[in-house]
Design a protein around this ligand. Structure first.
Ligand SMILES: Nc1nc2c(c(=O)[nH]1)N[C@H]1C(S)=C(S)[C@@H](COP(=O)(O)OP(=O)(O)OC[C@H]3O[C@@H](n4cnc5c(=O)[nH]c(N)nc54)[C@H](O)[C@@H]3O)O[C@H]1N2
Ligand SMILES: Nc1nc2c(c(=O)[nH]1)N[C@H]1C(S)=C(S)[C@@H](COP(=O)(O)OP(=O)(O)OC[C@H]3O[C@@H](n4cnc5c(=O)[nH]c(N)nc54)[C@H](O)[C@@H]3O)O[C@H]1N2
Ligand code: SF4
Ligand SMILES: [Mo]
Length: 883
């Protein structure tokens, strides 16, 4: 606002991870806002992690989709929707309802999701609605259903922080769910007796708090937990009365687990028997145990079996449905849980109902649906195969970027390019909108209104505090528009999200009577204003006011006989014959969210890690002949990527780890999913995303480069990766041959109008340095060398836009600040912008604890997720001092 006053703040929910933190946003009156943690929200009590704190920096109109586009040309909504409806109608008439599909996302709000599911499954008459949650939660869902008869997450965050033993299985909680991790850290600080065990082939930041890290061989979790079951049985840890009264199938499960003695488990997991025994004993003798699991478990060929192998020991010991105990599936996306509730997966109907005849009939009557789907639809991997082979003629993709995030991503891209009608709803242009016939501009976080459900079943409101930009519309409005054009207007005549929520809540209670876990009957009559004011609330919320903290406290499950099932895992699938040498593990980094369409806009989030990389063990690096910071390629018959080598002993030999985040817009060859073979789990259909096979080789470029510029084009060279900085952009580059005309190359890179002054540095053999000045201001800098470039990158980038003269120009061309000017170094603490060098100085000056570092630099005092990195710096300093 011109006079500096702010609008009142509005409480909403963070749009990133499944922790579901409350955010208080204060609009500045110009499409931007200040954000802070919502102190009253039970998930975070006012704290935000680095991504949450940077939300304000992701707002703004720059790069936003502001109008629909048809065949690459700007259009109005009428034209775009008429074309979309025509395509859908023609396909349905000619080829039947299964020739169309929706591919959705756990980042939609419950209301958007509900409308999409209702339209496809009740009115179009197909169940071809699947979602990126297939890549994320499907095995947890399937495991829950096999064990409990419903997709129920029994416990709460209080259980996670209140347990005495917390097992993190295939979860890097410190980076992926930072605020819950901080809650755990605080709990452990208060009760140092609380033990934490991390089960992950890599040594991750989450190991910082761990009493034990089990770096098992990738994919060997089932063996590990089968061994645990056998150990518990042999050590009299069974809760006999519970097993007898409340479960089925214990004999079969124990029989299947019996061969897993320490020797066999040790062989399969690669863990020493003493480590196994120590883990098993912790579990055996700690009543209050929570096993929290995430993608290292779900994203596997045997993901569903892993989930049940985790649940079995909890059933055997009766440690479920009690405070501080139970299996706990951590959801990834802000509304992964909500999507499962409304039926976002193609093999379920809606509101935790399946395709059994009674449920089909019930859903049909509730919706008065003319064309109810009676059988499951295609799951993500099969769905895109059907797009590829032409069975699907029209697909609408909403709030997800499958050209980057689906396995076999190049095939997905080609399939979409060949598909007759592709509609994509997004907030910005992506690798996927590039394949669309129709692009629809959606409202994003801060502009849309509705609800999300977090990992502990807590429903929170996302509230709008900014107007929709340009012609952007809410996703539920766009979907209702299609419904109207297909002739179903009267069933989709919603005036606002509250209308949709009430209908959805009523549906969860419809003919429920305690048979389904999901029951929001108590919220089905909310007035518009009560919906607007809705405080975070955990389901179930029954009409009779019945509300329970955690499920299964009464020993009642949702199977027919109300008993839980032990499920004996199938025998582990055999590895493929003659595989390539390296196992490709993939996942996340602390400061980026998926395909970077939002976090990639926040300069300070790009400072943590600005470039795609592969973590690789020193022995593997040596065997292919690369050293740290060189570039390597990873390839298999699906594709090839080029990324920076990060040599580390935290990675097991024979494995590499590559983040999933980099897209075709951010780097020329780093979409890791182009290398990933889907291999779906046979029960859940969830693809294995952490175990493809690849081989590595040096890229061995003729030159490496670093560039920073107010604008940078995408050069045709062997490698580039760009990121947004506070002022301008930065880029890492490499080429397979030296350009003949370096000056020409530099000008093209900087998109320089020829009036700019290109100042070249003194070049040694194999090096080139140039800076571009426009009216005295630095607008571009390029440093190239036959070796990986050493330069103070953050400092150089920060000089962009400044008038630079005399000796300062020499420093710029040298790549390092001149005497007297401090280079803070690469940023470690994103929240407060504290660099590595600043931290090293503080440590050298005598800061010996995290708290002291926090007091003198501020680092680590906000979200705390950089604390493991700071600790490493302190350790390194100590080691050097000892040596
Ligand atoms: N910063 C950040 N946070 C996020 C996200 C993000 O993009 N960025 N995304 C959100 C989403 S949607 C999700 S699903 C969650 C994911 O959260 P996490 O599941 O915690 O994250 P990942 O990095 O995918 O994988 C977790 C770990 O699984 C390990 N792993 C690989 N193979 C195996 C195995 O065979 N066994 C075991 N036990 N472990 C294995 C990997 O080494 C990795 O450290 O994060 C959410 N939070
Ligand atoms: N190799 C490998 N691949 C993986 C994974 C892995 O661990 N390894 N993880 C998998 C998992 S768990 C997940 S969850 C997926 C995530 O993968 P994606 O869902 O593809 O990733 P996002 O970047 O979150 O995509 C969300 C898109 O929605 C847009 N968007 C944001 N808000 C809105 C909105 O309100 N409306 C609309 N219409 N659009 C919006 C964003 O700009 C963005 O383009 O990736 C999966 N892929
Ligand atoms: S932990 Fe961070 S990303 Fe997750 S909801 Fe909270 S603030 Fe958002
Ligand atoms: Mo996810």
């Amino acid at each position: 606002m011109p006079d500096g006053t702010r609008l009142p703040s509005i409480n909403t929910t963070c749009p990133y991870c499944g922790v579901g933190c409350g955010v208080s946003a204060t609009p500045n009156g110009d499409n931007s806002a200040m954000v802070a943690g919502d102190i009253a929200h039970p998930s975070n009590g006012g704290r935000l992690c680095s991504k949450g704190s940077a939300l304000g920096e992701t707002l703004g109109l720059h790069g936003r989709l502001l109008a629909p586009r048809v065949d690459g040309k700007r259009a109005n909504w009428d034209t775009a929707m008429a074309r979309a409806a025509e395509g859908f109608r023609a396909a349905i008439e000619k080829h039947g309802p299964d020739s169309v599909a929706f591919y959705l996302s756990g980042q939609l709000l419950t209301e958007d999701y509900y409308v999409a599911n209702k339209l496809m499954k009740g009115f179009i008459g197909s169940a071809n609605v699947d979602t990126n949650s297939r890549l994320c939660m499907a095995s947890a869902v399937a495991g829950h259903k096999r064990a409990f008869g419903a997709d129920t997450v029994p416990g709460t965050y209080e259980d996670v922080e209140g347990c005495d033993l917390l097992i993190l299985a295939g979860s890097n909680l410190a980076w992926c769910h930072p605020i819950l991790y901080q809650r755990v850290a605080t709990a452990k600080e208060k009760r140092p007796g609380m033990q934490i065990v991390v089960i992950d082939p890599r040594r991750t930041a989450s190991c910082e708090l761990a009493d034990q890290h089990l770096p098992l061989k990738p994919g060997s979790d089932v063996a590990l937990f089968q061994g645990l079951l056998t150990y518990l049985a042999r050590h009299d840890c069974m809760d006999e009365p519970f097993i007898r009264a409340r479960t089925n199938g214990v004999e079969d499960a124990l029989e299947a687990a019996a061969p897993y003695d320490l020797t066999r488990v040790s062989q399969e997991t690669g863990l020493p028997a003493t480590e196994l025994e120590s883990f098993y004993a912790r579990f055996a003798w700690t009543e209050k145990t929570v096993t929290l699991f995430s993608m290292g478990v779900n994203q596997a060929r045997d993901g569903t079996d892993k989930v049940n192998a985790i649940i079995n020991p909890h059933l055997l010991t009766g440690r479920i449905g009690k405070p501080g105990m139970g299996p706990f599936s951590m959801t990834g996306q802000p509304n992964a849980m909500g999507g499962r509730e409304v039926g976002g997966l193609s093999n379920q109907l809606a509101c935790h109902m399946d395709f059994d005849p009674a449920s089909v009939d019930r859903v049909k009557r509730f919706w008065t649906a003319p064309n109810i789907a009676e059988k499951p639809g295609l799951k993500a991997v099969d769905l895109f195969e059907a797009v590829e082979d032409g069975r699907i003629k029209a697909i609408w993709i909403m709030a997800t970027n499958p050209v980057v995030s689906m396995p076999d991503a190049d095939r997905v891209k080609a399939a979409l390019k060949a598909c007759p009608l592709v509609i994509v709803s997004d907030i910005v242009d992506t690798d996927t909108t590039a394949c669309a016939d129709i692009v629809l501009p959606a409202t994003g976080w801060g502009e849309k209104d509705g609800t999300v459900t977090n990992s502990e079943r807590r429903i929170s409101r996302q509230r709008a505090f900014l107007p929709p930009p340009g012609l952007a519309r809410h996703d539920w409005q766009a979907l209702s528009g299609l419904a109207r054009r297909l002739g179903y207007g009267k069933w989709f005549a919603y005036g606002n999200p509250a209308d949709i929520f009430r209908e959805y809540a009523a549906m969860t209670a419809f003919e429920n009577e305690g048979t389904r876990d999901l029951d929001l009957g108590g919220l089905s009559d909310l007035s518009d204003s009560a919906y607007d004011a809705l405080a975070p609330i955990r389901w179930p919320v029954r009409k009779d006011g019945g509300q329970i903290e955690r499920f299964f406290e009464d020993g009642q499950f949702f199977t027919e006989d109300r008993r839980a099932n032990f499920v004996a895992p199938a025998l582990s699938p055999k590895p493929a014959a003659k595989p390539l040498p390296l196992i490709l593990n993939t996942g996340r980094i602390r400061d980026q969210w998926h395909t970077m369409t939002r976090t990639g806009r926040a300069a300070r989030l790009n400072q943590h890690i600005g470039e795609p990389f592969a973590e690789i063990h020193a022995a593997d690096a040596a065997s292919i002949g690369i050293t740290d910071a060189e570039l390597l390629t990873l390839s298999n018959r699906k594709g090839r990527i080029a990324v920076r080598a990060l040599i580390t002993d935290e990675q097991q030999k024979g494995t590499v780890f590559v983040p999933m985040h980099w897209t075709g817009l951010k780097a020329n060859a780093a979409r890791v999913d182009s290398l990933v073979t889907p291999s779906p789990d046979p029960v859940s259909g969830q693809p294995a995303l952490k175990s493809s096979r690849v081989k590595a080789a040096p890229l061995a470029p003729a030159w490496y480069g670093f560039a920073a510029g107010l604008s940078l084009t995408s050069p045709e060279i062997a490698y580039w990766a760009r990121s947004t900085a506070l002022s301008g952009n930065r880029m890492e580059l490499a080429g397979s041959e030296m350009p003949d005309d370096w000056a020409g190359f530099a000008r093209e890179l900087f998109a320089s109008q020829h009036d700019g002054e290109l100042v070249e540095g003194v070049a040694g053999p194999g090096t080139y340095r140039a800076a571009l000045f426009e009216r005295g201001r630095l607008t571009g800098i390029l440093i190239a060398s036959s070796r990986p470039v050493a330069a103070a990158r953050d400092w150089l980038t920060a000089q962009l836009g400044h008038i630079i003269t005399g000796p300062e120009r020499t420093a710029i061309l040298a790549g390092f600040p001149g005497e007297g000017a401090a280079d803070p170094g690469p940023i470690v603490c994103s929240c407060l912008g504290v660099g590595r060098n600043t931290l090293i100085d503080a440590i050298r000056d005598g800061a010996t604890t995290l708290n002291m570092i926090g007091t003198c630099t501020g680092a680590g005092t906000n979200c705390g997720s950089c604390r493991p990195d700071i600790r490493k710096l302190m350790e390194a300093r100590n080691e050097n001092a000892d040596a």
